[in-house]
Design a binder for this molecule. Structure first.
Ligand SMILES: Cc1cc2nc3c(=O)[nH]c(=O)nc-3n(C[C@H](O)[C@H](O)[C@H](O)COP(=O)(O)OP(=O)(O)OC[C@H]3O[C@@H](n4cnc5c(N)ncnc54)[C@H](O)[C@@H]3O)c2cc1C
Length: 448
């Protein structure tokens, strides 16, 4: 017999259609299904997959998974790094080390973990299956009707719903349909190399041993470039991601393309010997252009039956490691608000509350991430010297050049409890104080 124990709500149920089965779409589906609504995901890919290797999931994300009862399944496939070190490209000298493991748990009551994307995705898919969320593959949407919510697919099928959510990623067609014009994703000025290295190969080199044992995050900074490594549980891999400035006029490479490792070696040729040893262990290398997409002016349709989430709403540069974490926050906010709905006429208010609650936070994180890029990429000279001096000789302060240690930024990112924030917003709404909503007082009279 099916387990319906997740369905806690005595409120009416609505049909929610989600476009995109990436981390954002899946998380939103789980958040909303858990509170009893009927959820269908439409995914254009013919099979479910999550491209790439590792991802950091910070406490503002993991606390949501704990609330949803799937944190243990995720932790089983994850590593909990004990610290994050920031190093100089010249000699791999450790400029700063920020404790993670136990300290994050103590401060935020939730872990900071690193996991292979495919593993995180598979735990979410498993949970979606358990919750009986319908996932339709090979379902490429081409048109949305916003007022009488329905979606047309390229194969001619149509789906209708009470609410549609667009989670189709950074180059979002949902966003274009909502705004009525195309926001082009631009070249950020950086490209990314992702390299596959076996942690066991790394461990055989005495001077590289500290990269894998105990598990920790290492971030090297150098002129116009940075590199991050952390060990993943899956396949004993060391996740190595190199980011490097390039001539912006070059053609955009959307998504990873296999390249010879010598391209990365050339780009990072001036980095120290230890780093060169690491590159010599590479078994494969992919490369793509890092995109930068202006944020959509608004995320919800004025008819109140459609909203964007995840990268389609607020894609950001990866330098704070927050892109997916804030998508999980979106999902938790939507799930919490959907648990409250007592009447269909409240659905537009729910989306309005969601956007007003979420947008200022993601806008701020987008701009901090951009600023972080610049700090990591200083050329050798006075700014770099001052950055390194602060890292080595100052206690962390507001604006500290290591974002993980910046006491103000760290707290604002990691202590954010999306579920509590949505609860507070709902209370404000109930008092008739949430801006641009129609209030609770005439719920029954609004719709037959
Ligand atoms: C180098 C790098 C490192 C990063 N590191 C971190 C990190 O450490 N921590 C972190 O929190 N974030 C990180 N991020 C950000 C994170 O990867 C993204 O924010 C997150 O994966 C976005 O998920 P999404 O579901 O919104 O989009 P996507 O993963 O792009 O998913 C969109 C889905 O929609 C589907 N789709 C697209 N068009 C259609 C259509 N027309 N019809 C139907 N389906 C469609 C796609 O096939 C896809 O499955 C990083 C990003 C980069 C680039």
């Amino acid at each position: 017999m099916a387990d319906h124990s997740w369905s806690t709500s005595a409120n009416p149920t609505y049909r929610v259609l989600i476009i995109g089965c990436g981390l954002a779409g899946l998380a939103a589906a789980i958040g909303i299904r858990r509170v009893g609504h009927e959820v269908t995901i439409l995914e254009k890919a013919a099979e479910l997959q999550e491209l790439g290797a590792g991802i950091n999931v910070s406490p503002n994300g993991t606390l949501i998974f704990r609330e949803w009862g799937i944190l243990d399944a995720i932790k089983d496939k994850a590593n909990i790094p004990y610290a994050a070190s920031m190093r100089s490209y010249k000699d791999s000298f450790q400029l700063f080390s920020q404790p993670l493991g136990r300290q994050m748990e103590e401060l935020y009551s939730a872990p900071y973990l690193v996991i292979h994307r495919a593993d995180l995705h598979s735990v979410l898919v498993q949970e979606a299956d358990r919750l009986e969320i319908a996932i339709h593959l090979d379902s490429h949407f081409t048109r949305i009707n916003f007022s009488d919510p329905s979606v047309e697919l390229s194969n001619g099928k149509t789906y209708d719903a009470d609410i549609i959510l667009g989670a189709d990623g950074e180059r979002s067609a949902c966003r274009d349909a909502l705004l009525g014009y195309n926001i082009p994703s631009q070249d950020s000025g950086d490209h990314v190399f992702r390299i596959t290295v076996k942690a066991s190969d790394v461990a055989q080199h005495k001077d590289l041993m500290e990269l894998v044992q105990p598990p920790c995050v290492n971030l090297w900074v150098g002129p116009g470039a940075n590199a991050i490594t952390y060990a993943l549980k899956r396949d004993g891999l060391l996740n190595v991601v190199l980011t490097c400035a390039h001539d912006i006029s070059k053609t955009i490479q959307h998504g990873p393309r296999r390249v010879e490792i010598h391209e990365a070696r050339e780009a990072f040729g001036k980095w120290d010997d230890k780093f060169q040893t690491l590159l010599s262990l590479a078994q494969g290398c992919t490369k793509w252009t890092l995109l930068q997409t202006p944020e959509a002016l608004y995320w919800t349709h004025p008819d109140g039956k459609f909203a964007l989430l995840g990268d389609s709403a607020h894609a950001m540069l990866p330098y704070l490691g927050q892109g997916a974490a804030v998508a999980f926050e979106d999902a938790a906010v939507l799930g919490t608000l959907f648990s409250k709905v007592q009447h269909k006429s409240q659905l537009p208010d729910i989306l309005s509350i969601y956007e007003r609650l979420r947008k200022p936070r993601t806008t701020a994180l987008r701009s901090r991430s951009q600023a972080m890029r610049d700090v990591y990429a200083f050329d050798d000279g006075p700014l770099q010297q001052e950055r390194d001096r602060q890292l080595q000789h100052h206690a962390p302060f507001d604006g500290f050049p290591n974002f993980l240690a910046d006491p103000v930024l760290q707290k604002s990112m990691f202590s954010y409890n999306a579920i509590d924030e949505a609860e507070k917003a709902w209370d404000t709404y109930l008092r008739g104080e949430w801006p641009s909503t129609r209030g609770m007082w005439n719920v029954v009279s609004r719709e037959a």
